[in-house]
Design a protein around this ligand. Structure first.
Ligand code: ATP
Ligand code: MG
Length: 574
């Protein structure tokens, strides 16, 4: 699906100011001491196996921010060492997403371009007695590893001669063996307290087409072998990753040292972003897409950059949020409310207010002349937003109001429309409900009211009090549209922690998307471009979706976020 990729112009006062954090302090110290003897170099290293999600934006903000603020450089490096799961479409989507967020990398690299380099390093390790070819099968290798409480056992191949290892590795590279026949392992310590250090696998045979290398290469590096050495090859100074790689730091350091890098990069871990009511695991997001629980990577319910973009979240809001969350040393979940707050805060200053009736109920103003149409002036922005502009709202005898703004038998605190009660129509007149028209089943199908001609613009010349103001659109002028109301994707805060035996999918919120096919938006939006964003007054922030194909040209508006946290409100009541 095509997608609008042009970032809206940033607001001058909206650029996040980076908060201090332990990584920033560390980098500042390293710069001051000249520790690396070269300028700061960070990297963003996605594997092209999925689209980016909001968790990645935390890493992007951190890595791009450090490179920018310390006069350094940043590489975009695709960690593409798995032929089975990678795809050029993800490479392209990832680049689009990063650019849309407003970041530009200094250089673009691919771990798959380092296969030859890594092979040379493998030879070097073998020659130094630091690596060997193991011909055991996967099962035996796993069994030999031991457990956290018991040491592993040496492979029978561990003491192969250098010559034999070199000859075998050359034949592995030449494609002489099937998958799994041999692997290259580091020769470290089978009793190491860190299980990762018990002779970890470095290279394995994979006869599979790689999206960049085709079938020409069959010796694939494992993550640990490729990652740190790729960093070192690129001259990275600070290699930042999430906490689950803490135990991998030992092998990272062992490899860059054994490979002979003089001032190798340093790995530092930080807490990954986790947000309530959603998942930020690529594997789980991939399942949502491939099993059809959402419409695609850019489904507006997805926490992906593409989904958030389509939903109406701006790059500035995402970056501000990432900065607000901060960089911590230990994992914690972030409340969804915090994210929604950042989104509202950003859109509040950015988008015009218009009127849209989501659940239409016809209101006939019986004392208003049949043929008359008045054009009522209305501002696009409230007083506290430093933006200008007005449009004209046509007012006539028939208008749409929201069904929820009328109650036939209202409770005391209901300040909207009810028989005999007066309300203000936003920017319009004061009206008083007179008659309720019902169909045979007793459902209210139309409402009649009278208006007070002396109250144009909502003024009350006699100073009388009117409690409620409701929104409306002219039934003769409004544009029929589809509105998609999005809500949290999962119904429990931590979908990664569903009960034992249950799948995370069991926690999906069945009402995460409510499609309202028959809404009405005011005339001024006629012909607006997909991507246009608004606040629908009293309803929420919305973005004109790119997909009007399914609705025969009717515009579709995606709810980005409601105006208030309705869940908190509902909980408070219950
Ligand atoms: P995979 O296991 O598929 O490699 P990954 O989560 O590491 O998954 P990548 O695309 O490889 O995803 O990640 C690129 C970078 O983004 C890595 O540096 C990773 O640490 C960081 N990252 C990924 N998820 C998060 C998250 N939720 N919060 C912060 N950083 C993240
Ligand atoms: Mg990764």
């Amino acid at each position: 699906m095509s997608q609008d990729k042009t970032p809206p112009p940033p607001l001058p006062d909206n650029a996040p100011t980076p908060r201090p954090n332990f990584i920033r302090e560390m980098v500042a110290d390293d710069v001051a001491s000249g520790r690396f003897g070269r300028s700061v170099c960070t990297r963003f290293p996605p594997s092209p196996t999925a689209s980016l999600h909001i968790g990645h934006s935390k890493s992007l903000v951190l890595n791009f921010g450090l490179a920018r603020d310390f006069g350094g450089r940043i590489n975009l490096r695709f960690d593409d060492t798995n032929p089975f799961t990678e795809d050029i479409k993800y490479v392209n989507a990832i680049k689009d997403d990063i650019r849309w967020l407003g970041f530009e990398w200094d250089a673009e690299f691919y771990a798959s371009d380092y296969f030859e380099r890594l092979y040379e390093i493998a030879l070097h390790l073998i020659r130094g007695g630091k690596a060997y070819v193991d011909s055991q099968d996967e099962e035996a290798i796993r069994a030999g590893r031991g457990t956290v409480t018991t040491p592993g056992t040496n492979s029978p191949d561990r003491d192969r001669s250098v010559e034999e290892n070199l000859a075998l590795l050359a034949r592995m590279k030449a494609g002489e063996f099937p998958d799994g026949a041999h692997v290259l392992r580091a020769r470290i310590d089978m009793a190491h307290p860190n299980m990762i250090m018990r002779d970890p696998l470095l290279l394995r045979i994979r006869h599979a087409p790689h999206y960049r290398r085709g079938n020409a290469w069959c010796l694939y590096p494992l993550y640990d072998f490729a990652h740190g050495l790729s960093d070192a090859i690129e001259g990275i100074t600070h290699s930042l990753c999430t906490l689950e790689f803490k135990d991998n730091r030992d092998i990272y350091e062992w490899l860059v040292r054994e490979a002979g890098f003089e001032t190798p990069p340093e790995q530092t871990e930080f807490a990954r972003l986790q947000i309530d009511y959603t998942v930020l695991s690529k594997r789980k997001l991939l399942r949502l897409v491939t099993e059809g629980h959402v419409a695609g990577w850019d489904d507006p319910r997805m926490p992906t950059i593409a989904g958030l973009r389509r939903r109406g979240v701006t790059p500035e809001a995402i970056k501000q949020f990432a900065d607000d969350v901060g960089v911590a040393r230990s994992d914690a979940r972030t409340e969804l409310a915090k994210f929604e707050h950042a989104v509202r805060d950003d859109l509040n200053m950015r988008v015009p207010r218009v009127l849209c009736v989501v659940k239409p109920l016809k209101l006939v103003v019986t004392n208003y002349p049949e043929e008359l149409v008045e054009e009522l002036e209305a501002p696009y922005y409230p007083h506290d937003v430093p933006k200008e502009g007005t449009r004209l709202l046509p007012f006539c005898r028939e208008i749409w109001i929201d069904r929820d703004d009328f109650m036939e038998d209202p409770p005391k605190k209901f300040f909207r429309l009810a028989p005999g009660r007066e309300v203000r129509l936003r920017y319009g007149y004061l009206v008083t409900a007179t008659d309720v028209i019902k169909d045979a089943s007793g459902e209210v199908v139309e409402l009649h009211c009278t208006y007070d001609p002396a109250t144009k613009g909502g003024n009350t010349p006699d100073g009388r009090k009117v409690q409620g103001t409701i929104h409306w659109v002219s039934a003769r002028h409004a544009i029929a549209c589809e509105v998609r109301l999005y809500d949290r994707l999962f119904s429990i805060p931590d979908p990664d922690a569903v009960d034992e035996g249950k799948d995370f999918l069991s926690a999906l919120n069945p009402d995460s998307q409510v499609v309202v096919p028959n809404a009405y938006v005011e005339r001024s939006t006629a012909g607006d471009a997909p991507g246009s964003a608004y606040q629908f007054e009293r309803t929420g922030y919305f973005k004109h979706d790119v997909d009007a194909s399914a609705t025969a040209g009717k515009p579709v508006y995606n709810r980005t976020v409601s105006l208030r946290d309705s869940w908190e409100k509902a909980k408070g009541k219950g």
